[in-house]
Design a protein around this ligand. Sequence first.
Ligand code: GDP
Ligand code: MG
Length: 192
Amino acid sequence: MEQTLVVVKPDGVARGLTGQIISRLEKVGLKLVAGKLIQATKELAEKHYPAERGELWEGIGQKTLKNYQSLGVDPQALLGTADPKEIGKMVRVWLLEYIASGPVFAAVIEGPHAVELVRKLAGNTLPFLSAPGTIRGDLSFDSAYLANTAKRAIKNLLHASGTLDEAKYEVPLWFTPEELVKYERTDEKAMR
Ligand code: GDP
Ligand code: MG
């Protein structure tokens, strides 16, 4: 049994997709155990995307470089640098702006293999590569190229914890223990 953090990002809330996104998670048997519509503060955004996670930002920079290479785009010309660490830092600033740019719906989702299941249902980070049937693949088309050109984060509708360790760090960041609710779903017995 795992708990994972889901945040419907400002584009998802603004497009009226909150219910649909949560519903897709509930439909597979995952349980909503906490949820709230909030405006993230700059402080929460900074903690959610910690600057100290150098490997995460460098990885994002690498992803951008790969994407650019496949498109034949010169990163130096578009972003002023070809250093993955520098690109990662740039993306982090855009992400802080994005996550705090409007209301988000934060939720905790519980179930067996919840972290991996939610990632699968969310789809690839880059919506233009997300498979049909996934939330990002069905509901968006954004890419690193489009986002970086506009100097903003990729609008991919939701955040979902990437690993169980990430979930264990993120859930208490967004929710107090009292906000997590225990209840039984009527279909639980049938699915066991
Ligand atoms: P996720 O776990 O699938 O959300 O992806 P990551 O943890 O790798 O990245 C965090 C968020 O940063 C993504 O959801 C995107 O909104 C944004 N992002 C990731 N890669 C890029 C990129 O190359 N360019 C831009 N502009 N944003 C990115
Ligand atoms: Mg992530």
